[in-house]
Design a protein around this ligand. Structure first.
Ligand code: PLP
Length: 460
């Protein structure tokens, strides 16, 4: 290690609490310090090159060296580095962004609210729904339904929505008002002999039972990430949303699509709402809105929700919600340029083409002795490693199969994510067919290493 990387490593270990990291392991192993990006590749301080197979955090849609965004950000910084939206203030870049979003929004006549992260915007949406229901005369209609293994963020409300134990344990979460239903994971939750459609029926029947038990007049919204990503890369099973949506409508329960990962091309359309024919009342987006170059998130809100909010502000003289950086003009400039590039370079068309190679490489793992399931849509995919393909038995947790595979992937020059023993792929949308091939070739070596490790332990 060079003296520079050594001193960075020591300083990092001494000073930083890393998000989503095992802090004890981190003190021993130290950080992977990434210092440069180029296209779909990033480089660590020692000069080692990696294909970023997860687009950073499912997010860097345009890769790591898009100069046009850097220049747009620079120009905005020089022109007006900051202004806010409180007390009816605005900026041209934010207005242009809202105008552009209105043209592509899957929600007709939507209004837009901006924040800085997926967590903040989902949190905002819950507050907006509660506020709107109070103003509209439904003060009891407040509970929020989400799915086990869904991911919606880490604030007190959004971690309560998130269906992952690690986000709750010792954080005193979830708080009340947040209800959970089954994860629509056909591979793990489907019963012997049950078809995918029948499984979807069972998932929706559980929601119906919950609504009946709790009372529709107490349930405000159902929030779903159309493809559950962080919980294991789970596109919805056949018929799931088709059957769910009428049930929600019948019971006047709002449907919120959390498109923080899916939005802006990930599933092969601009929004997953289109991919899965969803008709949500609210859509939240973040990550690829700015290609992740600058923090920004947004909610697209239907008239049925924003109208009571406007009324509420009449009643209270103010809509008392907002962040210092809601609609930050520099983030707005980055978002505008991102959307312009997506259009100009037909990124969605590119995703549709490259997704075919991505899908066929993933599908080729179905026959692999360690692979129990393969799932994908657009440019997001996952493979689930199991110790027994026939029984779907997982590897013992203490073996850390997924984590081992991930470390091996790093060694072979591809950064991925392991979720237990599920390996996730979510590369920048600009990835070429050759780069997809290269990414999977590097992963093949990691899978071989993992296989060898398991054989050594007589587990494969
Ligand atoms: N919603 C979904 C679907 C996500 O995947 C994430 C983060 O990965 C969030 C919300 C939270 O976003 P953030 O980490 O920006 O708070």
């Amino acid at each position: 290690m060079s003296s520079l990387s050594n001193s960075l490593d020591q300083t990092d270990r001494a000073l930083l609490i890393h998000p989503y990291s095992n802090l004890v392991a981190h003190e021993q192993a130290g950080p992977l310090i990434i210092s440069r990006g180029d296209g779909v590749r990033v480089y660590d301080v020692g000069g080692k090159e990696y294909i970023e197979g997860l687009g950073g955090l499912w997010s860097a849609s345009l890769g790591f060296s898009e100069r046009e965004i850097a220049e747009a950000v620079y120009e905005q910084m020089v022109q007006l580095p900051f202004y806010h939206g409180f007390h009816s203030k605005s900026t041209p870049s934010l207005i242009k962004l809202a105008h552009h979003l209105a043209e592509i929004s899957p929600i007709p006549d939507a209004k837009f609210f901006f924040a800085n992260s997926g967590s903040e915007i989902n949190d905002t949406v819950i507050k907006c729904i509660w506020y709107a229901n109070n103003v509209a005369g439904y003060p009891a209609k407040k509970k929020i339904i989400t799915r086990n293994r869904s991911y919606h963020g880490v604030t007190i409300a959004t971690a309560s929505m998130t269906g992952l134990a690690a986000n709750h344990s010792d954080f005193d979460l979830p708080i009340d008002r947040f209800l959970k239903v089954m994860c629509p994971d056909f591979y793990r939750e489907g019963l012997e002999g049950e078809s995918e459609e029948q499984f979807s029926d069972r998932c929706v029947a559980e929601v119906r039972d919950l609504i009946e038990r709790e009372g529709a007049d107490t349930i405000a919204a159902f929030v779903a990430d159309p493809v559950i990503a962080g919980g294991g890369v789970l596109p919805p099973p056949k018929g799931y949303f088709e059957k769910l949506q009428p049930l929600l409508k019948e019971n006047k329960i709002l449907f919120v699509a959390d498109e923080v990962i899916c939005g802006f091309g990930r599933t092969g359309n601009m929004f997953a709402t289109e991919t899965y024919n969803l008709r949500p009342d609210i859509v939240t987006v973040a990550k690829a809105l700015t290609a992740s170059y600058i923090p920004m998130s947004a909610a697209m809100i239907a008239p049925s929700v924003w109208q009571p909010i406007v009324e509420g502000s009449r009643k209270h003289s103010v809509f008392a919600h907002g962040y210092t950086y809601s609609g930050h003009p520099v983030a707005a400039a980055a978002a505008l340029k991102t959307l312009e590039i997506m259009e100009k370079r037909n990124i969605i068309g590119h995703v549709k083409t490259v997704a075919k190679v991505f899908a066929s490489r993933l599908e080729s793992y179905r026959g692999h002795p360690l692979v129990g399931d393969v799932r994908h849509v657009g440019l997001i995919g996952g493979i689930e490693l199991v110790s027994n393909k026939a029984t779907k038995a997982p590897f013992p947790v203490e073996v850390g199969t997924g984590a081992h595979c991930l470390r091996a992937a790093h060694k072979h020059g591809v950064i991925l994510r392991s979720i237990g023993d599920i390996v996730a792929f979510c590369p920048p949308l600009i990835i070429s067919e050759d780069e997809v091939d290269e990414m999977f070739s590097r992963f093949d070596r990691a899978l071989d290493d993992t296989h060898a490790m398991l054989k050594g332990k007589e587990l494969a």
